[in-house]
Design a protein. Structure first.
Length: 116
C-alpha cells in the first residue's frame, strides 16, 4: 500500500481547505485511514480517522469543523477543513492501518498554513 497526500496550502482564519489521501496497491488490506498533524515543536497528533466500514472519530479540537470522508473502496480519503484557525497550522499526514500488520503506512506530509 502506498499513500499520497495533497491539498495543503495557505488559508486565512475562517477559511477552508480540503486534503486528499490517495491510496494505491493492495488497498483491500486497509482497515482505516487517519489524518495526523504535527505543528512545529509539538508531537504528532491524530486529527481524524475513518474505518473501512465508515466509522469516524475526531480530535476534540477539530470536532464540528473538520469532516473526514472516503470513497467506497478506501482509494481516496478526504479531510474537509472549515473554520480554520491559526492553531491548525501544521504538516498533515495520512496513515493507513493495514490488515495483519503492526505497522501503519504513512504518506508524505502536506503543509497547511492558516494566517491570522
Amino acid at each position: 500500500v502506498q499513500l499520497q497526500a495533497s491539498g495543503g496550502g495557505l488559508a486565512q482564519t475562517g477559511g477552508s481547505l480540503r486534503l486528499s489521501c490517495a491510496s494505491s496497491g493492495s488497498t483491500f488490506r486497509i482497515t482505516a485511514i487517519g489524518w495526523y498533524r504535527q505543528a512545529p515543536g509539538k508531537q504528532r497528533e491524530l486529527v481524524a480517522a475513518i474505518s473501512s466500514g465508515g466509522g469516524t472519530n475526531y480530535a476534540h479540537s477539530v470536532k464540528g469543523r473538520f469532516t473526514i470522508s472516503k470513497d467506497n473502496a478506501m482509494n481516496i480519503v478526504y479531510l474537509q477543513m472549515n473554520s480554520l484557525k491559526p492553531e491548525d497550522t501544521a504538516v498533515y499526514y495520512c496513515a493507513a492501518t493495514i490488515l495483519d500488520s503492526l505497522d501503519n503506512v504513512w504518506g508524505q506530509g502536506t503543509l497547511v498554513t492558516v494566517s491570522s
